[in-house]
Design a protein around this ligand. Sequence first.
Ligand SMILES: [Zn+2]
Length: 230
Amino acid sequence: MYYLSYLILIPGTLLSLWAQNNIKSTYRRYSQVDSQMGMTGADVAKTILSNMGIEDIKVEGVRGELTDHYDPSAKTVRLSSGIYNSSSLAAAAVAAHECGHVLQDKKDYKFMNFRAALVPAANIGSKFAPMIVMIGLFLSAMGQVSFIFINIGIVLFLGVIAFHLITLPVEFDASRRALKLIDELDILQGEENRGAKAVLNAAAWTYVATAFASLLQLLQYLIIANSRRR
Ligand SMILES: [Zn+2]
């Protein structure tokens, strides 16, 4: 009956689909609204960094859409071409958000370090946990053996859960810093700030959805492990 346990994943899948759709439409909407100041994403990032007295971080372009990120090891903020060269509200929001991560790095924000430390565990867990649980299921005719496999899968998956949960405060904090900075530095004016906030909120929901889906995945594994026990 373990296949019924897959039903528990449905709310996570639905929330993820909604969040993906929501970020796409919100991003598209505010990509079409230019700010009064007319600063490009690259300008926004450089303005924030220089205002914060940060001089050792490069700002460069990167291929793809919504591939924007801060690379702490290369000390580089990479902005996708749609952000780098655009003077839209979405571009300002995303560029400022990545600078929020730079500030976290500079201020030794503990959740960010914690998250970086969890990357290897999360990679191993997401790669092997589902496979090991599957092997456990296939071996279920062999009793105890399958039970061990499923439990190993669950333990490995805890690394994935920890990573997605710790990602939440890191992302929320970067967005909070970003919105404060674009307002204080007059990068955006009045109502424009709401557009930036909408973009960053939509992005935050994708992280919430991922964390929620991974928690349901864990719950499914626990249900499988329990049904094996009987
Ligand atoms: Zn981020």
